[in-house]
Design a protein around this ligand. Sequence first.
Ligand SMILES: *Cc1c(COP(=O)(O)O)cnc(C)c1O
Length: 357
Amino acid sequence: MKRFSFAAGPCPIPPEVKKQVAEDVREWKGCGVSALELPFTGDEFAEILESAASDLRSLIEIPRSHKILFLQGGATAQFALVPMNLARVGWHCDYVESGYWSRRAIEEAASWWDVRVIASGAAGRVPNFDEWRRNSDAAYCHFTSNESADGLQFHEFPQGGKAPLVADMTGDFLTRPIPVEQLGLVYASALKSLGASGLTIVIVRADLLVRGSSGGIPAPFDLARQTAARSKVNTPPMLAILVAARMLRWLLEGGGISKAFLRSQERSANLYSIIDGSGFYRCDAAPDARSRVNVCFRLPDPELEESFAHEAEALGLLHLRGHKRVGGLRASFYNSTADEAVDALLEFMTNFMRRNG
Ligand SMILES: *Cc1c(COP(=O)(O)O)cnc(C)c1O
């Protein structure tokens, strides 16, 4: 039986990437040692890092003004590292609260500096840009483009404002075009878009790097030092970077971001339309704030939700339970989620409704 994962993270790895990485780990390009055995300071690893950076730069058209960093610690580490690097004592920062992950970012930042929550979403919606009370003297303005636990997404990007915009894009990285030139800093944990956990991609406008609290930031987490060292202040997470490099090439060769965006729109729209038309499944998010990556939905009662998840699992459709803080059901569609998996899920949902609705 085929099995498909709909987990919010990690994302699936396409079979051809798995095969390539297995080969790389067995032996790196005929050089007699595993990719894992390459010294991080050598030419071979530099080539892997360069390939990942240049593919990423062309995929989302990152301008020269912005640097790409490959760091450790996941997005959660950035919750503290962004305030540490972009502000200093006496500064304050704007944060937009839109769900579970932005609240985590706010809590962490608040233990560093003065945090102002400039807008909050309500159940099933994200705060409109015209509700954001942005402060022109803030060190930066932080928002979360996709709330993976709540199934919410900003379908547009904010514009303007004197304070640079900082986006946690872990949830929807590389599933949509990103106007990088409008943003001061973008971060994304690699596990939801590029395969392996622990690695974080940070894209930062170079002129913001001199503003940090200077001093006291551990070297691997000091964005200015990491930029100068090309992400090699110390040994980086090499296996996760290798997986990311292979995933980025796969994405580029598969049609890039415009294709990925189209698929993301189409597949989520199909699922939402089954939910909305069913009178059985229910999605509480407002249509203009629904995540195209994490579709959260409910059934009339928790027992039915449990039997849904249970029966799905028996058919090889895995990890459909919602985030533990939110409950309900959740299907996550990443670039690497096979079309076959989406079709199987839609078919199961239609059948389940027929039997129980
Ligand atoms: C998953 C997720 C995180 C956490 O990523 P880690 O790699 O576990 O730190 C942070 N923000 C968002 C929006 C996420 O979806």
